[in-house]
Design a protein around this ligand. Structure first.
Ligand SMILES: CC(C)(COP(=O)(O)OP(=O)(O)OC[C@H]1O[C@@H](n2cnc3c(N)ncnc32)[C@H](O)[C@@H]1OP(=O)(O)O)[C@@H](O)C(=O)NCCC(=O)NCCS
Length: 159
């Protein structure tokens, strides 16, 4: 089988995107989480809108989607990355890095100057992925959604 590859999802992919996104939220936050319950109730139009508004990169292994990262413009200069996730069985092979690289390349292509994200301070694996790519912890919080407890902001200059 060929190596897993990153692909950008388009609006027509909304059904597989919805399944993948809910799978990621279930795995990371659990089915009682407010964000999971909110997105569980999304209509087709809402999933389509999400795919139009934000770039979603998925990891394709064979014919299965096994990883995801979202990227959205926070301002003309800043792109915010969110929800990096890999199926547990796909972890430990550096594939998270491929997803982040795709999102950062997309930000560069859209002339962003800074890529930013939030990560749980104790999430050493995710922090390791971001640090290897040059992200550093910065003061303050950023991002379109309310910060969760214990999150740090990381950013990378790309301009
Ligand atoms: C975060 C996640 C995508 C990373 O998965 P991954 O690409 O399989 O990560 P890997 O285990 O291959 O580690 C990648 C790199 O991070 C570094 N790293 C891993 N664990 C680390 C640790 N505990 N401390 C420091 N660095 C670490 C390593 O340097 C590794 O590089 P290497 O390939 O040179 O060894 C995956 O763990 C995941 O889906 N976690 C659940 C969701 C999540 O936490 N998302 C982050 C939201 S911000």
């Amino acid at each position: 089988m060929s190596a897993p590859a990153v692909t950008r999802l388009v609006e027509a992919d909304w059904r597989v995107f919805a399944t993948l996104r809910l799978r990621a939220l279930t795995d990371t936050l659990g089915t009682g989480d407010r964000q999971y319950l909110e997105e569980l109730a999304f209509t087709a139009a809402q999933w389509r809108r999400r795919l139009r508004a934000h770039a979603q990169f998925a990891l394709l292994s064979g014919d299965e989607l096994v990883g995801l990262i979202g990227a959205q413009r926070q301002s003309p200069d800043v792109v915010y990355l969110y929800s990096l996730w890999l199926e547990p069985g796909m972890r430990g092979r550096g594939l998270g890095r491929d997803l982040v690289i795709a999102a950062v390349d997309w930000a560069r292509g859209h002339r962003a100057r800074v890529v930013t994200l939030r990560v749980d301070a104790d999430n050493a694996t995710a922090r390791g992925v971001y640090e290897q790519l040059g992200f550093g912890v910065v003061e303050g919080t950023t991002g379109p959604r309310e910060a969760r407890a214990n999150e740090v902001t990381m950013s990378l200059s790309v301009g």
